[in-house]
Ligand binder design. Structure first.
Ligand SMILES: [Zn+2]
Ligand SMILES: [Zn+2]
Length: 348
């Protein structure tokens, strides 16, 4: 089979590898879609510090932590799944026994491994998943949409649910890259009023197509003032930062109403805030948003199907796997938003 490797220094190789065998409790998936994510850029550049252990830096692990495809083989002992089932890959592999795994939060397991960082991922004709990580895709959901639902849509579903986003609430989304666009989609699906904030007109345009009620171009307008203007001076109930940029993180804290909530979703290593003014004396709830517990998948899938959410609108570019070098290069240079490898002619 063909597989992508990222040896570092922005090199991309498409190599020939043996098709993996599913071990006990695993399934072999023929890949039909596999999305590129900003977190892949650490592998691409060769300094993956946010996700992954030693293996992630070896350049020998196949990337791709947002895959979808159809099951072509069951390993020994797998029950409840069949050859032909359409699935998306749930990225954290856990021990299955600790307090976090049993609660469904496999990414918090002390022994967790990440698909596409620690173990071979979906940027290949085939990939292997533990049966527990094979999330069933409803027939109405395309493989490309399924791939995006695992990371962006699932992360936003969980984070916004935790913060009580629903009809009658207002939500501001800072940073409208793929994760922010998914935040707009989910907030609207939950029935909230959405203010979308970014510097780039084309991103604001996408947010508008996804249903954002108010658009704020933060290159020309002060986002905190603009948000106060459209919320009777009160601020939003929930602010979600998807940018990871200190000015937006601060604006999110300032734009949240008293008793409101803020989620930090965009990865970030340091930022300077004023806890007294921005959090304590507003009795703000501040949380981190990162992926979703396994048991929420069926609700995520149901939301997408029943509201017919246009998840594929988030995809701006599609590439065949042999164009991986071009795909990663364009993604790195921000010439694409969400880019997805797709298999129009699946491997046989
Ligand atoms: Zn991702
Ligand atoms: Zn565990």
């Amino acid at each position: 089979m063909r597989a992508v490797l990222l040896p570092g220094d922005r090199k991309v190789e498409v190599v020939e590898r043996a098709t993996p065998e599913p071990g006990p409790g695993q399934v072999l998936v023929r890949t039909r879609a596999s999305a590129i994510c900003r977190s892949d850029m650490g592998l691409y550049v060769g300094n993956s510090t946010i996700v992954g252990g030693d293996a992630a830096g070896s350049g020998l692990v196949v990337p791709g932590h947002e895959p979808a495809g159809d099951i072509v083989e069951l390993g020994p002992g797998v029950t409840g799944l069949s050859v032909g089932d359409r699935v998306a890959g749930y990225l954290p592999f856990g021990c299955g026994r600790c307090e976090y795994c049993t609660a469904g939060y496999l990414m918090l397991c002390p022994q967790w491994q990440c698909l596409g960082f620690d173990v071979d991922g979906g940027d290949a004709d085939y990939h292997v998943l533990p049966a527990a990580n094979a999330l069933l895709l409803p027939d109405e959901v395309s493989f490309a949409a399924g791939a995006l639902m695992t990371d962006m849509v699932g992360s936003q579903f969980h984070t916004q649910r935790v913060l009580g986003v629903r009809g009658g609430k207002s939500v501001a989304v800072f940073g409208l890259g793929p994760m922010g666009a998914a935040a707009v989609l989910v907030a609207r699906a939950f029935g909230a009023r959405v203010v979308a904030v970014d510097l780039l007109p084309e991103r604001l345009e996408l947010a508008s197509r996804l249903g954002a009620d108010v658009l704020v171009n933060s290159s020309s307008d002060n986002p905190v003032e603009s948000i106060r203007d459209v919320t009777s001076g009160r601020g939003v109930d929930v602010a979600v930062d998807c940018s990871g940029a200190p000015p937006a993180q601060n604006a999110a804290l300032d734009a949240a109403a008293k008793l409101g909530a803020v989620a930090f979703v965009g990865e970030s290593r340091s930022t300077e805030i004023n806890p007294s003014d921005q959090i304590i004396r507003k009795l703000l709830t501040v949380t981190g948003g990162w992926y979703f517990p396994l048991h929420e998948w069926s609700e995520i899938a149901r939301l997408v199907v029943e509201l017919d959410l246009p998840v594929e609108e988030l995809v701006t570019h599609r590439f065949p796997i042999e164009d991986a070098e071009k795909a990663f290069g364009m993604f790195d240079r921000r010439e694409t938003e969400k880019a997805v490898f797709t298999w129009d002619d699946p491997a046989t």
